[in-house]
Ligand binder design. Structure first.
Ligand SMILES: Nc1ncnc2c1ncn2[C@@H]1O[C@H](COP(=O)(O)OP(=O)(O)OP(=O)(O)O)[C@@H](O)[C@H]1O
Ligand SMILES: [Mg+2]
Length: 293
Protein backbone atom coordinates (compact mmCIF):
# COMPACT_ATOMS: atom_id res chain seq x y z
CA UNK A 1 0.00 0.00 0.00
CA UNK A 2 1.38 3.44 -0.93
CA UNK A 3 2.31 5.66 1.98
CA UNK A 4 -0.01 8.63 2.57
CA UNK A 5 2.11 11.80 2.15
CA UNK A 6 -0.02 14.32 4.01
CA UNK A 7 -2.01 14.05 7.22
CA UNK A 8 -4.55 16.56 8.38
CA UNK A 9 -5.03 16.05 12.12
CA UNK A 10 -8.11 17.58 13.71
CA UNK A 11 -10.80 17.12 16.33
CA UNK A 12 -13.67 17.37 13.91
CA UNK A 13 -14.24 18.08 10.25
CA UNK A 14 -14.69 21.83 10.32
CA UNK A 15 -15.23 24.04 7.28
CA UNK A 16 -11.46 24.68 7.17
CA UNK A 17 -10.57 20.96 7.26
CA UNK A 18 -13.10 20.12 4.55
CA UNK A 19 -11.91 22.94 2.33
CA UNK A 20 -8.18 22.20 2.63
CA UNK A 21 -8.89 18.51 2.04
CA UNK A 22 -10.89 19.41 -1.07
CA UNK A 23 -8.09 21.62 -2.42
CA UNK A 24 -5.44 18.94 -1.70
CA UNK A 25 -7.64 16.52 -3.64
CA UNK A 26 -7.59 18.90 -6.61
CA UNK A 27 -3.78 18.96 -6.48
CA UNK A 28 -3.83 15.17 -6.70
CA UNK A 29 -1.62 14.49 -3.66
CA UNK A 30 -2.56 11.61 -1.35
CA UNK A 31 -3.77 12.80 2.01
CA UNK A 32 -5.75 11.57 4.95
CA UNK A 33 -7.90 13.36 7.53
CA UNK A 34 -7.22 11.85 10.96
CA UNK A 35 -8.83 12.70 14.27
CA UNK A 36 -6.66 13.13 17.33
CA UNK A 37 -8.52 10.06 18.71
CA UNK A 38 -7.20 7.94 15.85
CA UNK A 39 -3.56 8.56 16.73
CA UNK A 40 -1.70 6.42 19.26
CA UNK A 41 1.93 6.67 20.31
CA UNK A 42 4.47 5.40 19.44
CA UNK A 43 3.80 6.09 15.77
CA UNK A 44 4.34 3.37 13.22
CA UNK A 45 7.48 4.51 11.31
CA UNK A 46 6.23 2.71 8.19
CA UNK A 47 3.23 4.98 7.97
CA UNK A 48 4.47 8.43 8.97
CA UNK A 49 3.70 11.09 6.36
CA UNK A 50 5.96 13.81 4.92
CA UNK A 51 3.82 16.69 6.12
CA UNK A 52 1.18 17.26 8.80
CA UNK A 53 -1.27 20.16 8.96
CA UNK A 54 -2.98 20.09 12.33
CA UNK A 55 -5.85 21.86 14.05
CA UNK A 56 -6.11 22.33 17.81
CA UNK A 57 -8.97 20.50 19.52
CA UNK A 58 -9.91 21.88 22.97
CA UNK A 59 -11.46 18.59 24.16
CA UNK A 60 -8.20 16.65 23.65
CA UNK A 61 -5.51 17.18 26.35
CA UNK A 62 -3.01 19.74 25.10
CA UNK A 63 -0.11 17.65 26.41
CA UNK A 64 -1.23 14.77 24.18
CA UNK A 65 -1.46 17.01 21.13
CA UNK A 66 2.02 18.38 21.91
CA UNK A 67 3.46 14.86 22.41
CA UNK A 68 2.15 13.83 19.00
CA UNK A 69 3.60 16.94 17.34
CA UNK A 70 6.97 16.50 19.06
CA UNK A 71 7.19 12.86 18.00
CA UNK A 72 6.26 13.72 14.42
CA UNK A 73 8.97 16.40 14.40
CA UNK A 74 11.50 13.92 15.83
CA UNK A 75 10.54 11.53 13.03
CA UNK A 76 11.46 14.20 10.46
CA UNK A 77 7.88 15.08 9.51
CA UNK A 78 7.25 18.71 8.54
CA UNK A 79 4.63 19.90 11.05
CA UNK A 80 2.58 23.01 10.21
CA UNK A 81 2.60 24.97 12.46
CA UNK A 82 5.50 23.57 14.51
CA UNK A 83 4.97 22.91 18.20
CA UNK A 84 7.37 25.73 19.06
CA UNK A 85 5.42 28.16 16.89
CA UNK A 86 2.13 27.12 18.50
CA UNK A 87 3.66 27.77 21.91
CA UNK A 88 4.42 31.33 20.76
CA UNK A 89 0.78 31.99 19.96
CA UNK A 90 -1.19 32.00 23.21
CA UNK A 91 -2.42 35.42 24.29
CA UNK A 92 0.21 35.91 27.01
CA UNK A 93 3.10 34.98 24.70
CA UNK A 94 1.76 37.33 22.03
CA UNK A 95 1.87 40.29 24.41
CA UNK A 96 5.34 39.41 25.71
CA UNK A 97 6.75 38.86 22.22
CA UNK A 98 5.18 42.12 21.03
CA UNK A 99 6.87 43.93 23.93
CA UNK A 100 10.25 42.44 23.09
CA UNK A 101 10.20 42.69 19.29
CA UNK A 102 7.36 44.77 17.86
CA UNK A 103 6.61 47.70 20.12
CA UNK A 104 8.49 50.17 17.91
CA UNK A 105 6.40 49.17 14.91
CA UNK A 106 2.81 48.71 16.11
CA UNK A 107 0.82 49.54 19.22
CA UNK A 108 -0.81 46.92 21.40
CA UNK A 109 -3.36 47.70 24.13
CA UNK A 110 -1.72 47.63 27.58
CA UNK A 111 -2.17 44.16 29.06
CA UNK A 112 -1.62 42.37 32.36
CA UNK A 113 -1.53 38.62 32.98
CA UNK A 114 -1.97 37.89 36.68
CA UNK A 115 -3.28 35.67 39.47
CA UNK A 116 -3.24 38.56 41.93
CA UNK A 117 -6.51 40.28 42.89
CA UNK A 118 -4.79 43.52 43.94
CA UNK A 119 -2.88 43.89 40.65
CA UNK A 120 -6.03 43.10 38.66
CA UNK A 121 -8.08 45.69 40.58
CA UNK A 122 -5.40 48.37 40.10
CA UNK A 123 -5.41 47.68 36.39
CA UNK A 124 -9.20 48.00 36.03
CA UNK A 125 -9.26 51.14 38.18
CA UNK A 126 -6.56 52.76 36.05
CA UNK A 127 -8.28 52.04 32.74
CA UNK A 128 -11.98 52.22 33.65
CA UNK A 129 -13.02 49.66 31.03
CA UNK A 130 -10.94 46.59 30.21
CA UNK A 131 -11.33 43.43 28.16
CA UNK A 132 -10.95 40.10 29.94
CA UNK A 133 -9.70 37.20 27.76
CA UNK A 134 -9.14 33.55 28.63
CA UNK A 135 -5.49 32.68 27.88
CA UNK A 136 -6.52 29.99 25.42
CA UNK A 137 -9.74 30.61 23.56
CA UNK A 138 -11.09 31.25 20.12
CA UNK A 139 -14.08 32.77 18.41
CA UNK A 140 -14.43 35.36 21.16
CA UNK A 141 -15.65 32.71 23.65
CA UNK A 142 -15.28 33.94 27.24
CA UNK A 143 -14.00 37.37 26.13
CA UNK A 144 -15.89 40.06 28.10
CA UNK A 145 -15.78 43.67 29.22
CA UNK A 146 -15.11 44.60 32.84
CA UNK A 147 -15.93 48.04 34.22
CA UNK A 148 -14.77 49.73 37.40
CA UNK A 149 -17.97 49.52 39.48
CA UNK A 150 -19.28 48.10 42.79
CA UNK A 151 -19.33 44.47 41.50
CA UNK A 152 -15.75 44.43 40.25
CA UNK A 153 -14.26 42.43 43.16
CA UNK A 154 -16.80 39.63 42.85
CA UNK A 155 -16.39 39.53 39.07
CA UNK A 156 -12.61 39.26 39.25
CA UNK A 157 -12.84 36.57 41.99
CA UNK A 158 -15.18 34.59 39.77
CA UNK A 159 -12.75 34.82 36.83
CA UNK A 160 -9.71 33.94 38.98
CA UNK A 161 -11.58 30.89 40.34
CA UNK A 162 -12.74 29.79 36.93
CA UNK A 163 -9.55 30.36 34.92
CA UNK A 164 -6.78 30.35 37.55
CA UNK A 165 -5.01 33.18 35.76
CA UNK A 166 -6.54 36.18 34.03
CA UNK A 167 -5.54 38.42 31.16
CA UNK A 168 -6.87 41.97 31.22
CA UNK A 169 -6.38 44.42 28.37
CA UNK A 170 -7.21 48.08 27.97
CA UNK A 171 -10.38 48.49 25.88
CA UNK A 172 -9.72 50.43 22.65
CA UNK A 173 -12.71 52.43 21.29
CA UNK A 174 -13.01 51.52 17.60
CA UNK A 175 -15.23 51.87 14.52
CA UNK A 176 -16.99 48.49 15.17
CA UNK A 177 -14.69 46.41 13.03
CA UNK A 178 -11.28 44.79 13.04
CA UNK A 179 -9.19 43.51 10.14
CA UNK A 180 -8.19 39.86 9.78
CA UNK A 181 -5.35 39.01 7.41
CA UNK A 182 -4.13 35.54 6.52
CA UNK A 183 -0.37 35.21 6.30
CA UNK A 184 1.31 32.26 4.62
CA UNK A 185 5.09 31.95 4.31
CA UNK A 186 5.60 35.51 5.59
CA UNK A 187 3.25 37.09 3.04
CA UNK A 188 -0.29 38.50 3.36
CA UNK A 189 -2.46 36.42 1.04
CA UNK A 190 -5.84 38.00 1.88
CA UNK A 191 -7.54 40.41 4.28
CA UNK A 192 -11.09 41.28 5.20
CA UNK A 193 -12.93 43.29 7.84
CA UNK A 194 -15.22 41.88 10.52
CA UNK A 195 -17.95 44.39 11.32
CA UNK A 196 -20.20 44.07 14.37
CA UNK A 197 -22.35 46.84 15.81
CA UNK A 198 -24.20 44.46 18.18
CA UNK A 199 -21.27 43.14 20.23
CA UNK A 200 -17.83 44.64 20.98
CA UNK A 201 -16.36 41.33 19.81
CA UNK A 202 -15.83 41.29 16.06
CA UNK A 203 -15.65 37.53 15.69
CA UNK A 204 -17.75 35.96 12.94
CA UNK A 205 -18.95 33.48 15.61
CA UNK A 206 -20.32 36.44 17.58
CA UNK A 207 -22.42 37.62 14.66
CA UNK A 208 -19.94 39.90 12.85
CA UNK A 209 -20.42 40.48 9.14
CA UNK A 210 -17.45 39.92 6.85
CA UNK A 211 -16.78 42.87 4.54
CA UNK A 212 -14.30 43.33 1.75
CA UNK A 213 -11.77 46.06 2.53
CA UNK A 214 -12.99 48.02 -0.52
CA UNK A 215 -16.55 48.01 0.87
CA UNK A 216 -15.33 49.97 3.89
CA UNK A 217 -13.49 52.54 1.82
CA UNK A 218 -16.43 54.95 1.75
CA UNK A 219 -16.43 55.55 5.48
CA UNK A 220 -13.22 54.28 6.94
CA UNK A 221 -9.69 54.83 5.69
CA UNK A 222 -8.44 52.97 8.77
CA UNK A 223 -9.10 49.65 7.08
CA UNK A 224 -6.32 50.45 4.63
CA UNK A 225 -3.99 51.43 7.42
CA UNK A 226 -4.61 48.01 8.98
CA UNK A 227 -3.84 46.20 5.74
CA UNK A 228 -0.65 48.23 5.29
CA UNK A 229 0.37 47.36 8.84
CA UNK A 230 -0.35 43.68 8.19
CA UNK A 231 2.06 43.84 5.23
CA UNK A 232 4.74 45.33 7.47
CA UNK A 233 4.23 42.79 10.25
CA UNK A 234 3.70 39.63 8.18
CA UNK A 235 7.29 38.41 7.79
CA UNK A 236 8.43 39.84 11.14
CA UNK A 237 5.86 37.83 13.11
CA UNK A 238 6.72 34.72 11.08
CA UNK A 239 10.39 35.16 12.04
CA UNK A 240 9.74 35.86 15.70
CA UNK A 241 7.30 33.00 16.23
CA UNK A 242 8.19 30.40 13.61
CA UNK A 243 4.60 30.42 12.36
CA UNK A 244 4.36 29.33 8.73
CA UNK A 245 0.72 30.36 8.47
CA UNK A 246 -1.45 32.42 10.77
CA UNK A 247 -4.36 34.79 11.07
CA UNK A 248 -3.42 38.33 12.14
CA UNK A 249 -6.03 40.55 13.84
CA UNK A 250 -5.51 44.32 13.80
CA UNK A 251 -7.87 46.85 15.35
CA UNK A 252 -8.20 50.45 14.15
CA UNK A 253 -8.56 52.94 17.03
CA UNK A 254 -10.77 56.01 16.64
CA UNK A 255 -7.63 58.19 16.75
CA UNK A 256 -6.20 56.68 13.57
CA UNK A 257 -3.79 54.29 15.33
CA UNK A 258 -3.61 50.60 14.48
CA UNK A 259 -3.43 48.08 17.35
CA UNK A 260 -2.18 44.53 17.27
CA UNK A 261 -4.82 42.29 18.89
CA UNK A 262 -3.44 38.83 18.26
CA UNK A 263 -2.16 36.22 15.88
CA UNK A 264 -3.89 32.85 15.53
CA UNK A 265 -1.96 29.67 14.74
CA UNK A 266 -5.27 27.92 13.99
CA UNK A 267 -7.16 30.56 12.07
CA UNK A 268 -10.65 30.11 10.72
CA UNK A 269 -11.20 31.35 7.17
CA UNK A 270 -14.83 30.61 6.38
CA UNK A 271 -15.77 34.27 6.88
CA UNK A 272 -12.90 35.44 4.71
CA UNK A 273 -13.65 33.06 1.84
CA UNK A 274 -17.35 33.89 1.93
CA UNK A 275 -16.87 37.66 2.14
CA UNK A 276 -14.16 37.96 -0.51
CA UNK A 277 -14.47 34.86 -2.69
CA UNK A 278 -10.71 34.41 -2.21
CA UNK A 279 -9.53 30.77 -2.18
CA UNK A 280 -7.65 30.67 1.14
CA UNK A 281 -7.82 26.86 1.30
CA UNK A 282 -6.13 26.67 -2.10
CA UNK A 283 -3.22 28.77 -0.80
CA UNK A 284 -2.95 26.59 2.32
CA UNK A 285 -2.97 23.41 0.23
CA UNK A 286 -0.36 24.72 -2.22
CA UNK A 287 1.90 25.61 0.72
CA UNK A 288 1.47 22.18 2.34
CA UNK A 289 2.34 20.20 -0.79
CA UNK A 290 5.70 21.97 -1.09
CA UNK A 291 6.88 19.72 1.74
CA UNK A 292 5.94 16.41 0.12
CA UNK A 293 9.18 14.57 -0.55
N1 LIG B 1 -8.44 45.56 23.69
C1 LIG B 1 -9.54 45.50 22.94
N2 LIG B 1 -10.26 46.63 22.68
C2 LIG B 1 -11.39 46.56 21.92
N3 LIG B 1 -11.88 45.42 21.41
C3 LIG B 1 -11.20 44.27 21.63
C4 LIG B 1 -10.00 44.25 22.41
N4 LIG B 1 -9.56 43.00 22.48
C5 LIG B 1 -10.43 42.24 21.78
N5 LIG B 1 -11.43 42.99 21.25
C6 LIG B 1 -12.53 42.50 20.44
O1 LIG B 1 -12.90 41.22 20.88
C7 LIG B 1 -12.70 40.24 19.84
C8 LIG B 1 -12.19 38.92 20.44
O2 LIG B 1 -10.95 39.13 21.06
P1 LIG B 1 -9.70 38.22 20.71
O3 LIG B 1 -9.48 38.22 19.25
O4 LIG B 1 -8.57 38.67 21.53
O5 LIG B 1 -10.26 36.82 21.20
P2 LIG B 1 -10.45 35.38 20.56
O6 LIG B 1 -11.52 34.70 21.30
O7 LIG B 1 -9.13 34.78 20.64
O8 LIG B 1 -10.78 35.42 19.06
P3 LIG B 1 -10.04 34.51 17.89
O9 LIG B 1 -11.05 33.56 17.43
O10 LIG B 1 -9.67 35.54 16.88
O11 LIG B 1 -8.82 33.83 18.42
C9 LIG B 1 -11.71 40.88 18.88
O12 LIG B 1 -11.86 40.39 17.57
C10 LIG B 1 -12.07 42.36 19.00
O13 LIG B 1 -13.13 42.65 18.16
MG1 LIG C 1 -9.41 37.12 17.69
Amino acid sequence: MARVRIWIICGRKTYEVERVSEELGKLGVSHEVLRWDEISLPLDPQFTPDVVWHRYEPSVPLIFQFCVLEELERAGVHVINSKGAVENSDKASIYLLWQRHLREIVEMPETIITRDMGRALDFVKRHGVVVFKPLASGGGVGVRLLKWDEDIISRISYLLDKYGCILLQKFIPNPNYDVRSVIIDGRVVASFARYNDKDFRHNIHRGARGLRIEELKAWSESAYRCVEMAEVLASKISEITGLEMYGLDLLPGLDGSVYLLEWNAFFGFEGLEKATGFNVAGEVARYIVKFVK
